[in-house]
Write a protein that binds this ligand. Sequence first.
Ligand SMILES: [Cu+2]
Length: 277
Amino acid sequence: MLQVILKLTGIFAVVSFLAIACGGGDVPTQAPQNTTAPPEVSFGQPGGPIPPHAFVGTVTVDGAAAVDGTQVTAFLEGVPDSVAGTTVTDGRYVIKIVQRSSSSTLFADRKITFKIGGRDGSPTAVWISGAADELNLVVGSGAPPAVDAPPPVDVPAGALAISTEGDTLKFDQASLEAKAGSTVTVVFQNASTINQHNWVLVQSGTKDEVAAAGTEAGAEAHWIPSGDDRVLAKSGLLEPGGTQEVRFTVPAAGTYQFVCTFPGHNFTMFGDFIATP
Ligand SMILES: [Cu+2]
């Protein structure tokens, strides 16, 4: 019995210690002291550091989490070169935008824009010295995954629309047609509420081989082999509810295939693409 009491006392002591160590209980936590001089004092004075503006958040490209290594660059309104850059890790980025004290360009209250893999991202922000913000960046058709069936998509005049048959592993069109040599826009909507899909135009008779190569390329590659001559046009891997416009030059007259290269989908999710003379 005594042993049990001693054991319990020991556990209590450990719990109390942890509570204090973690700043819990009645122990007040000390806010970190800001010892940095305020920006208005530092501007233009050599050696006077100006606290940067930090941003962290997720990066979504065409409805899917950005692959590792995707470039994120920040631009200051009116400055042609980027003012900061980083790369995506695990779908997230961290960027600190520093105004050098020697800089003649004052950053305060100016607009910050972001590029993701060279494309204009959203949203934008305003630079504030010492601020740290959670800002989730999106580029392309980066609508957040829909919970319900997505609404109809606006299809531009002359574009070809293709979707999925709800949650089945099928496209809603058995074939698409466009004039050889013309520039066409395929608007691909992933109408599924559960599955990721892509739309890939490939040489005739190669859909299963390309899908197998895509499986080897992996999810980071959107299940599409890179630098593969059999791939003629492609969307990214779209989250449920996502939409992407794929713009490309229609190849020479003939019959081609389109397919979803998500592992296993290629057996039911494909169709013919006919390039008319
Ligand atoms: Cu699919």
